[in-house]
Design a protein around this ligand. Structure first.
Ligand SMILES: CC(C)(COP(=O)(O)OP(=O)(O)OC[C@H]1O[C@@H](n2cnc3c(N)ncnc32)[C@H](O)[C@@H]1OP(=O)(O)O)[C@@H](O)C(=O)NCCC(=O)NCCS
Length: 181
């Protein structure tokens, strides 16, 4: 799948927060990729943004001629220092942009970000019925490592989550801030 030619992948900035929140809230209300049940207020999104101003937990967006069409970011799995080389990835594409290679463009760029800052392991926690996301992650070398059964409950149903991981290998053994934009 090839991404639309006009697509630009870049680091997020504060002006993107409305679009990021709109895309995520749509999934809260209509999808099962997230088990959040209540839409995020923009104030909550701003708190999240403050946490992700840390360049070691970067946020990137995909932008086309109509604006931000998707976002992806890395989050620490744990604040305990021994976890510092591990991140969880998150990725959401606006409904209008799905199935056109935007997710692949974003996830590819996010993994490069992870590599650039010295992350070793990237983990994805994916609702087990989400075949598109599982396929997307497989494409970038993620393998399934386990399933938590009945871990979530949404829209009147119990849901499983599948953990996938990609090991990027040992880099310099220390984290560093990426020098690119
Ligand atoms: C999952 C998601 C991020 C994938 O992004 P996308 O831009 O739609 O996916 P892409 O177009 O890059 O395609 C990725 C792969 O899935 C396949 N795919 C895409 N849409 C598909 C569909 N509706 N049915 C079957 N396969 C599909 C593509 O063929 C591609 O596979 P390939 O690499 O083997 O060719 C996006 O659909 C999304 O945001 N969905 C809702 C939220 C979500 O599920 N987020 C992930 C939470 S873990």
């Amino acid at each position: 799948m090839t991404a639309p030619t006009a697509l630009k992948i870049r680091h997020a900035n504060e002006a993107d927060l409305e679009a990021v929140n709109r895309i995520y809230n749509r999934e809260i209300e209509h999808g099962t990729a997230t088990w959040d049940l209540e839409p995020w207020t923009i104030e909550r999104r701003r708190v999240w943004w403050a946490e992700h101003s840390d360049p070691l937990q970067p946020v990137i967006v995909a932008e086309d001629g109509a604006g931000v069409v998707g976002f992806a970011y890395l989050t620490l799995m744990s604040r305990k220092a021994g976890w510092r080389f591990t991140r969880e990835d998150t990725i959401y594409i606006d409904e209008r942009g799905r199935g056109q290679g935007v997710g692949a463009a974003l996830l590819g760029a996010l993994i490069e970000e992870a590599r650039a800052i010295g992350v070793r392991l990237v983990v994805a926690s994916i609702t087990s019925t989400n075949e598109v996301s599982i396929r997307l992650h497989r494409r970038f070398g993620f393998e399934m490592v386990g399933t938590l059964r009945n871990a979530g409950y949404k829209f009147g149903e119990w849901m499983d989550t599948t953990y996938m991981q990609v090991d990027l290998g040992v880099t310099r053994g220390e984290l560093r801030v990426a020098s690119s934009e």
